[in-house]
Design a protein around this ligand. Structure first.
Ligand SMILES: CC(C)(COP(=O)(O)OP(=O)(O)OC[C@H]1O[C@@H](n2cnc3c(N)ncnc32)[C@H](O)[C@@H]1OP(=O)(O)O)[C@@H](O)C(=O)NCCC(=O)NCCS
Length: 433
């Protein structure tokens, strides 16, 4: 029998994690859709784990920028991957924490005994983001399609102005504030007095740690090789954003992008627009035992939290992490490793600052701060600035890499955090057997 948690729920095992290489949008995966990337990673996860596909009950998969021709991406992944059609699926979205949501949805149903084996993950193609038409053009197209004669079909278009013909890209701004992610991060840098140097140092560490992880072969087992359709002439076998040779001088020479005059946020200390997919094989502890799988680790606790997007948009992790730690019965100083999604270096620095701040603890309604983050335990194999950030895939990437590193170090616990649009934050505590 598997362990029952204090709340009587079943323990949830993460048995395997896998991702595609993460590549800059518009490069090697430029011709692929998010669905293809999701299919590719799920097929390979099933093959590599050697699980009998008939054992899988559920696929929970997400996307942040939706594919409008396949909005139920989770179910489409099941079908495209050639998995048994009996596998039920649902699609999730929680901005950049989407595949954390996929994991915790799957974990919840396993913990409650509603499911035994699930695949959870996310996929994102920034190269295939949907482009909309303007509202007047969309209305004209609908009216025209109802027209019964040529004049009736043409008339709706005669009212259009030239600007109505311009394509509309998906919103990159926060709906409620109108600020882009970069502008919101810029606001955080200013309010929290995060210097440009501190941001560039975080970016440098991200690149150096990621480059070292690749060199030491740490990522080989968690990043698959993708022969790139439709020609299959090239094979993507590595992340292509990491800059092994970047320096503090090079980073400090870059111009700010979101506030060109007074800003500190640059292309170098931001996560880049990225294509990629990642997936996790999750099951009950009993099922893992009965199928002979040795779990990489277990979900110990998790929490979601939110803050006012108009305040500090990407501060969600500093609210969510203490709650997840409480639920795990742990303190920040107890965790062996921390994996913090790096949307921007300014957001990482702001969250680290908040976790240690008495003032922030008061604001968050807590008696005391969570504590200091030990930099030697943080994102030891790089983060989203260097590795890239295909929005919906990042959570599953973080979980896989965190558990791999815990295993190599023979350590016990890791805290994973992800900030997300809407002022949302996600935090998960994972533990090894
Ligand atoms: C910041 C952003 C606008 C930059 O986009 P971009 O201009 O296409 O970025 P590039 O990769 O072309 O980099 C711009 C320049 O900086 C340089 N650069 C980038 N990173 C560097 C590094 N680490 N070291 C040295 N130079 C670097 C590039 O070489 C390029 O130089 P060039 O213009 O001479 O070719 C884009 O990545 C972005 O929007 N990121 C934020 C995404 C986001 O909102 N995420 C949400 C988080 S949850």
């Amino acid at each position: 029998m598997g362990t029952k948690l204090a709340n009587g729920h079943r323990r949830v095992a993460i048995v395997k994690g896998l991702r595609t290489p993460f590549v800059k949008a518009g490069t090697v995966f430029g011709e692929l859709t998010a669905l293809e990337l999701g299919r590719i990673v799920v097929q390979e996860l099933v093959q590599r784990s050697e699980i009998d596909p008939m054992e899988i009950d559920q696929v929970v998969f997400g996307q942040v920028i939706p594919t409008l021709t396949a909005t139920g991406i989770a179910r489409e992944v099941v079908i495209a991957a050639g998995l048994p059609r009996k596998i039920e699926a649902h699609t999730v979205a929680r901005a950049c924490a989407t595949s954390i949501q996929a994991l915790t949805d799957a974990a919840n149903s396993i913990a409650l005994g509603l499911s035994e084996v699930a695949i959870a993950g996310g996929t994102e193609s920034m190269s295939d983001a949907p482009i909309f038409t303007s509202r007047p053009l969309a209305q004209a197209l609908v009216q025209s399609s109802r027209g019964r004669s040529l004049p009736e079909k043409v008339r709706p278009f005669q009212k259009l102005k030239p600007k109505d013909l311009l394509p509309v890209p998906p919103a990159i701004a926060e709906y409620s504030t109108g600020l882009t992610m970069g502008e919101s991060a810029e606001k955080m840098a200013k309010e929290n007095r995060i210097s440009r140097k501190e941001q560039d140092e975080i970016a440098l560490a991200s690149h150096q740690n990621a480059a070292r992880a690749w060199k030491e072969g740490k990522l080989d087992g968690e990043v698959m090789h993708v022969p790139v359709p439709p020609e299959y002439e090239s094979v993507a076998d590595r992340d292509n954003i990491i800059r092994e040779d970047t320096t503090l001088e090079a980073l400090s020479a870059l111009k700010p992008v979101f506030d060109r005059k007074y800003g500190t946020i640059t292309a170098g200390n931001s996560s880049p627009l990225t294509d990629g997919a990642a997936a996790l094989l999750v099951m009950s502890e009993e099922k893992a035992k009965s199928l002979g799988f040795e779990p990489l680790g277990f979900v110990r606790a998790f929490a979601y939290a939110a803050t006012d997007p108009a305040d500090q948009l990407l501060q969600g992790p500093a609210y969510a992490a203490p709650i997840a730690l409480d639920r795990a019965g742990m303190k920040l100083s107890d965790v062996d490793l921390i994996e913090m999604h790096e949307a921007f270096a300014a957001q990482v620095a702001s969250n680290i600052q908040a976790l240690a701040s008495k003032e922030f603890a008061k604001k968050a309604g807590r008696a005391s701060p969570a504590g200091e983050v030990d930099p030697s335990r943080l994102n030891v194999n790089g983060g989203s600035i260097a590795l890239g950030h295909p929005f919906a895939a990042t959570g599953a990437r973080i979980v896989t890499t965190a558990l791999g590193e815990l295993g190599r170090r023979n350590k016990n616990t890791v805290l994973c955090t992800v900030c997300a649009a809407g002022g949302l934050g996600a935090a998960v505590v994972l533990e090894r057997p």
